[in-house]
Design a binder for this molecule. Structure first.
Ligand SMILES: NC(=O)c1ccc[n+]([C@@H]2O[C@H](COP(=O)([O-])OP(=O)(O)OC[C@H]3O[C@@H](n4cnc5c(N)ncnc54)[C@H](O)[C@@H]3O)[C@@H](O)[C@H]2O)c1
Length: 422
């Protein structure tokens, strides 16, 4: 017998969580604020692109185990578990803004059935479990922290086959009930106090951002000393203590989580009296990496960006998502445009953007450009015809911020090629 689960928020995390729980046999009601979004979701039209999600949403709706309603209270009034999956954006001082979380908790406070468990899946600083408890003001309801580690682009498989599930609670019975929801996922289960669970999420993202900034810094050294970062990563990665995972140089990290979560962790540490210099350095390296990519484009077009035409492949913050939040591609294009460059962009998941000219064909955006600039590691870019690209460009230049294209093939085709760290 499945459990009755309310999901508050139908973004990347909420929609994936709701559809996956329905897939696992639970009875799920998902809520959001926008009636139009709920109407479209009820008909199986997804507001986001996430591989595999369309199929399990459709299957969930067809089975009757996945429903969509307007308003958190409507979803929570008959639930055993209420999952808070709302956004926690960066506040003005760098800390996480809990306004949406508190509002969602307030929405469900009066309607929650007795003995329901409120599960906080949003990424929130230490102490937020207590904040939700205070807003709820209910002694017959437990609050549990259950941070989410899914990656956009592979959210469904990450949810169904997680590396681990972390549950933070001072109430062993509530923790056991939440753990039982994941019994079919064969994940490592870690039950902690709420502060540890909340810290685990930030520490994980801070560490991952550190890995990328580290390899980007090594890439800068490689360029300076004439080494190839791809070989360096291969060489260090065979050391089991280091490993190869998540050590790809690129234009810097972005997306909806790392930028706000690294800054929030710096703030959490600061508020607790610790100056997290290492993580501050990680953020600085990331900002510098974007500037380094702009310099590569400037060099490729002969030293002056004013009037230079740039064909940009990729706008999303990484491949296999439509998410543009804090995308390094957008940040780099913004700088190029502010310096006078004329950018024409192509992305498989983006057809328009308020400040960027977006084309519908990867070759067409190359017409008359002074350089091709690869910004997102979409697999399809690997297989495009470089000779056709060369025919369309005004100058045969490639700046490949993802080391995605075949460098030897590009050089053979007569391109001048700049990657990262090689
Ligand atoms: N996106 C990721 O890859 C990811 C991964 C792990 C953790 N997280 C964390 O999960 C949380 C959600 O992230 P997201 O990317 O899914 O956010 P999102 O912005 O895509 O979705 C949040 C949704 O919540 C809805 N919402 C807000 N207040 C509501 C309310 N009172 N009632 C009903 N709906 C409400 C919004 O309308 C929106 O649709 C954040 O804390 C984020 O840091 C995100």
């Amino acid at each position: 017998m499945g459990s009755r689960i309310a999901i508050i928020g139908t973004g990347y995390v909420g929609l994936t969580t709701g559809a996956c729980f329905a897939h696992l046999g639970h009875d799920v009601v998902c809520a959001d604020l926008d009636p139009g979004r709920i109407e479209r979701l009820s008909q199986g039209h997804l507001p986001i692109y996430e591989p595999g999600l369309q199929d399990i949403v459709e299957a969930g709706i067809a089975s009757g185990r996945l429903r969509f309603v307007v308003g958190a209270a409507e979803a929570a009034k008959d639930c055993e578990f209420a999952y808070l999956c709302v956004q926690t954006p960066q506040g003005d001082d760098g800390s996480a803004d809990l306004t949406y979380l508190q509002a969602a908790a307030a929405d469900i406070a009066k309607v929650l059935p007795a003995h329901a468990v409120v599960v906080n899946k949003s990424t929130v600083p230490v102490g937020s479990t207590k904040v939700v408890e205070r807003v709820l003001g209910r002694h017959d309801v437990s609050v549990v922290s259950n941070p989410e580690f899914l990656r956009e682009g592979s959210a469904v498989s990450d949810f169904l086959k997680p590396d681990r599930v972390v549950i933070g609670s001072d109430d062993p019975s509530a923790a056991t009930r939440v753990a039982s929801l994941y019994s079919d996922t064969s994940a490592h289960l870690l039950v902690t106090d709420p502060a540890s669970a909340e810290t685990i999420k930030y520490a994980a993202n801070a560490f991952l951002a550190t890995k990328i900034s580290f390899v980007n810094a090594v890439a800068a050294v490689c360029e300076a000393v004439g080494a190839d970062v791809n070989d360096v990563v291969l060489g260090i990665g065979y050391d089991k203590r280091i490993g190869h995972e998540f050590l790809r140089p690129g234009p810097g990290w972005g997306g909806s989580c790392f930028p706000k979560d690294t800054r929030a962790m710096v703030k959490i540490a600061e508020n607790a009296g610790y100056d997290f210099n290492l993580l501050k350095g990680v953020v600085v390296v990331n900002d510098e990496q974007r500037e380094r990519m702009v310099t590569k484009v400037r060099n490729a077009v002969g030293g002056n960006l004013a009037g230079a035409v740039v064909a940009a492949w990729g706008l999303t913050f990484k491949a296999n998502t439509d998410d543009l939040r804090e995308s390094p591609a957008i940040a780099i294009i913004d700088v190029l445009q502010s310096l006078g460059a004329i950018v024409k962009a192509y992305d498989p998941q983006v057809s328009q953007h308020p400040s960027i000219n977006v084309g519908s064909d990867p070759y067409e955006v190359c017409d008359g450009a002074d350089t091709l600039l690869v910004l997102t590691e979409w697999d399809e870019f690997r297989w495009l015809d470089l000779d056709e690209v060369k025919r369309r460009l005004r100058q045969p230049n490639i700046v490949d911020t993802r080391n995605l294209l075949d460098r030897s093939a590009a050089l053979r085709s007569g391109f001048s090629y700049q990657g990262v760290g090689r």
